[in-house]
Design a protein around this ligand. Structure first.
Ligand SMILES: Nc1ncnc2c1ncn2[C@@H]1O[C@H](COP(=O)(O)OP(=O)(O)OP(=O)(O)O)[C@@H](O)[C@H]1O
Length: 411
């Protein structure tokens, strides 16, 4: 029997096989390219979303500010007697008496003669019953006992630290030294410099070191919140400080009550500013420098400050806070990255070089933003590139803050 011969024809020639392999490699390359494009697009979309969120937050903040400008300041008064129906007799702090209608939002149980209240400036409707005594103003002031800020938390500013410690800390901790030598410690200290340069931070550190209460008020709030109340608030501010002594009064934006323009007093607002300033000057003049209340003020606008504030016996010690130099920036960066996990590609010296003209507050924002970049990429270590991007973001926004992590970043 003849066996049939089976001839096995190759299904594919070696040339075809080589061609197929080539095509396969090309397709894999293309696939890789496409995946890379998708990854890039995802990153871009995340960045756009994060920018959108930032704009949204900015818009919300501006809306709030606009709303604040639209709301006129309220008039303060004292309830004198309850009249019939929904009316009360109120004497305003500026003098006249009103028969005021009471807003429906006010709890009638709070309408007690003697209580302070706020009236709408046009309709004189009683819109709010204010808490008693200090509470009224404490709502506008921050009171903190020995804030948690140490000198080690402050980068650079060595000269400023020495000067402030000498002017505030020493008289509080060792008043007898001044007595023995027979000199008066400085009365008020004025910190002058651009925003975000550590003025508040250093004042808080002194407060921590002396275990003093830190009472912070903002100049513009003293004169804008309630008509006719600025002078009373200043009086109560000093009374509160004496009660909480040892205490440090910190008046931020003092130029809002102490600008030379306020002397001219040509509008109701200016008149209010002027009265507040007069009260502040009189409190300063009647102030015992050896006592355990110290006063520090801060401003970014030394140029418009009323000279009356700078006379001897008032703010007679001026300490300048410049923008940090390269070494200062490196030290500030070191403080804010102390608890961060940095990889070897991060050089604080290099970052300090690239952040000329930036203040401490912006340097802190860069550190937070760099950390966020690592979080967004799902890493636990922060790289030099994270900082490069953060510097660009903060430079662009100049007030870039923590951006929320875009949805789906980790999916
Ligand atoms: N020298 C510094 N060392 C460390 N951090 C700093 C320094 N300067 C500023 N910062 C950071 O910036 C933040 C803002 O600083 P601070 O409130 O002290 O500025 P300021 O000079 O009082 O500004 P403003 O005039 O706007 O009130 C601080 O909470 C801190 O995180």
């Amino acid at each position: 029997m003849i066996k049939p011969t089976i001839s096995v024809e190759p299904v594919i020639s070696s040339e075809e096989l080589a061609q197929l392999r080539k095509t396969n490699i090309a397709l894999e390359g293309r696939n890789y390219e496409l995946r890379e494009t998708v990854r890039q697009l995802r990153l871009q979309s995340a960045a756009v979303e994060s920018e959108r969120d930032q704009y949204k937050r900015e818009a919300k903040k501006l809306k709030g500010e606009l709303e604040q400008y639209r709301t006129p300041p309220l008039v303060i008064g004292t309830i004198e007697a309850l009249a019939s129906g929904d009316r009360v007799i109120v004497r305003s702090t500026t003098g006249p008496q009103f028969l005021s209608k009471v807003s429906e939002t006010v709890n009638s149980a709070e309408l007690v003669p003697g209580r302070q209240c706020a009236l709408h400036p046009q309709s004189f409707v009683l819109v709010e019953v204010l808490p008693n005594k200090y509470d009224t103003m404490i709502s506008g002031m921050e009171v903190e006992r020995a804030p948690e800020v140490n000198y080690e938390d402050i980068g650079g500013l060595d000269r400023q630290k020495i000067l402030l410690r000498e002017a505030v800390e020493l008289p509080l901790l060792k008043p007898e030294l001044f007595e023995k030598v027979g000199i008066e410690p400085p009365k008020g200290v004025l910190l002058v410099g651009p925003p975000g340069t550590g003025k508040t931070l250093l004042a808080k550190a002194v407060s921590h070191e002396t275990n003093a209460a830190f009472i912070r008020v903002v100049g513009s709030e003293l004169v804008q919140k309630y008509i006719g109340e600025g002078a009373r608030l200043v009086r109560e501010l000093f009374a509160l400080a004496r009660e909480k002594a040892p205490a440090i009064i910190f008046i931020d934006e003092i130029d809002a009550i102490g600008s030379s323009r306020s002397n001219e007093a040509y509008s109701a607002g200016d008149h209010e500013v002027n009265r507040t300033l007069m009260q502040l000057l009189s409190e300063l003049d009647g102030f015992n420098t050896r006592g355990n209340v110290k006063i520090i003020a801060a401003t970014n606008r030394m140029d418009i400050l009323d000279q009356a504030l700078l006379r001897p016996g008032r703010f007679d010690r001026i300490i300048e806070f410049p923008l940090p130099d390269e070494e200062g920036r490196r030290m500030i960066l070191a403080i804010h990255t102390k608890k961060m996990h940095l990889n070897r590609t991060v050089s604080l010296e290099k970052i300090a070089k690239e952040t000329e003209n930036m203040n401490g507050s912006e340097l802190m924002a860069i550190c937070v933003e760099a950390g966020m970049n690592a979080v967004r990429a799902g890493r636990t270590k922060i790289s030099g590139e994270d900082f490069v991007q953060a510097i660009t973001a903060v430079k662009q926004g100049r007030n870039a803050k923590l951006t929320p992590i875009p949805d789906g970043m980790y999916s």
